[in-house]
Design a protein around this ligand. Structure first.
Ligand code: 6PG
Length: 459
């Protein structure tokens, strides 16, 4: 991704120095840059690299999140001068980014934590860029970052989102939402494959049709594309021979952890992370299938009606995932005093990033109308969408449950809505239990203050 980002910068008319600790890779990269090589200075050592940049220097680090970032900062710091900027463009944990801000305080160097989304292709031709750090530092790099970013109807998908860890936090939640989006797409695929007995090309046609409707998005497009591809060796759809175990590098898990830390439910993201972990337990799943068998079928609806329900289920699930992700960002914004601009976040996610979609345009509009809406579900356009799609989600989750098809993210979305929409819940009983065994007290509907129950001396 670093190489592609450098090519993108050069493509936009800037001169860029590049360095990789493996000198042969740096040389190979410069040699492959073609017409752009005039604007690329390949450096064999870190000293040469820093010396090649005109002060005050902006330096972008693109290495694996974790220790490698600290090592790179430690190596760069003595070579750099006051007012130089170090930009970490990897998928860092925002808590590490906050620590790095603190560590660099007083050094004279400026630090930026920058989330970059769009994969290899995005880095090369226009990613979505989420910047965290001092606003004055952003101003210095803004021309380059807006030039290299994706454009949505001419508007750059790059923005300053807040101080210190704000950019990396927002990128983490972007990825958490990405996990939920991908998981729910996979669940709907599973219903079509295992319940409706559809083959990959037929499922591809359904996703292609959906990509022109309210689900129009990059992830739906690539799902349709992926499902159409045949394996060269066997001639079979390639998805049918790919192992059903998905990797994860951390950002999805961090989203779930941070939402829990902030006490904001992000059930669709949590379910997606858990589903990836379960996917990795292949041997256990094979053993469990031998032990339990698969559930007996309880009827199958067919035809366009069920396909429409699947589309609506996906849209309803998506609303839950985004409502949860934005609610987590709102809580983090308060906790870390970032003042995160929700509408701007939605706007810079409309192009370049992995979750880009028509839906994000609707979110941007909703936050434009009411920036303080406590939950996206309560924004009128989304309330209507929920009312329109709720029945489909409900039928799909019920049918999946009856037939033993796993839809953990979709059913968590339904559970979330059903809990959220019910003014009188069931935590009164939990409060009574807590008071019974721990004298934790409870509030009454009809009187102020803390109360305890008459538990017959057993409390
Ligand atoms: C992006 C992607 C990118 C990367 C993730 C994948 O926004 O461009 O999210 O950041 O593909 O790291 O994460 P997992 O390996 O955890 O799926």
């Amino acid at each position: 991704m670093g190489a592609n980002l450098a090519l993108n910068i050069a493509d936009n008319g800037y001169h860029v120095a590049v360095y990789n600790r493996t000198a042969s890779r740096t040389e190979a990269f410069a040699a492959s840059a073609g017409a752009l090589s005039d604007r690329i200075t390949a450096c064999a050592t870190l000293e040469d690299f820093v010396a090649a940049i005109r002060p005050p220097r902006p330096v972008i680090i693109m290495v694996k999140a974790g220790d490698a970032v600290d090592e790179q900062i430690a190596a760069l710091t003595p070579l750099m001068a006051a007012n130089d900027i170090i930009i970490d463009a990897g998928n860092a944990n925002f808590r590490d980014t906050m620590r790095r801000f603190t560590a660099l305080e007083g050094s004279g160097l400026t630090f930026i934590g920058m989330g970059v989304s769009g994969g290899e292709e995005g880095a090369r031709h226009g990613p979505s860029i989420m910047v965290g750090g001092a606003e004055s530092a952003w101003k210095r790099v803004e021309p380059v970052l807006t030039a290299i970013s994706a454009k949505y109807q001419g508007e750059p998908c790059a923005a300053w989102l807040g101080e210190n860890g704000a950019g990396h936090f927002v990128k983490t939640i972007h990825n958490g939402i990405e996990y939920a989006d991908m998981q729910m797409i996979a669940e709907v695929y599973g219903v079509m494959r295992d319940h409706l007995k559809m083959d990959a090309p037929t499922i591809a046609a359904v996703f292609s049709a959906w990509s022109t409707g309210p689900l129009d998005s990059y992830l739906i497009d690539i799902t349709a594309d992926v499902l159409k591809v045949n394996d060269a060796a066997t001639g079979r759809p390639i998805v049918d021979i790919i192992v059903d175990a998905a990797g994860q590098k951390g950002t999805g898990r961090w989203s779930a952890i941070e939402s829990q830390m902030m006490g904001v439910p992000a059930t669709a993201i949590e379910a997606a992370v858990a589903a990836r972990s379960l996917s990795a337990m292949r041997a256990q799943r094979a053993r469990a299938e031998k032990t339990f068998g698969l559930p007996v079928e309880h009827g199958r609806r067919t035809g366009q009606e069920v396909i429409d329900d699947l589309e609506n289920a996906l849209l309803a699930g998506k609303i839950a995932a985004y409502a949860q992700g934005f609610a987590v960002m709102a809580a983090a914004s308060d906790e870390f005093n970032w003042n995160l601009p929700m509408q701007t976040i939605a706007r810079i996610w409309r192009a370049g990033c992995i979750i880009r979609s028509r839906f994000l345009g609707e979110i941007a509009t909703a936050f434009g109308t009411d920036p303080d809406v406590p939950n996206l579900a309560l924004a009128p356009a989304f309330s209507k969408m929920i009312l329109d799609t709720d029945a489909g989600l409900r039928r799909i989750v019920s049918e999946a449950a009856l037939n033993g098809l796993p839809v953990p993210a979709l059913s968590s979305a339904l559970g979330y809505f059903d809990t959220y929409r019910r003014a009188r819940g069931t935590a009164n009983l939990i409060q009574a239990q807590r008071d019974f065994f721990g004298a934790h007290g409870f509030e009454r509907l009809d009187a102020d203050g803390e109360h305890h129950g008459p538990w017959g001396g057993q409390g």
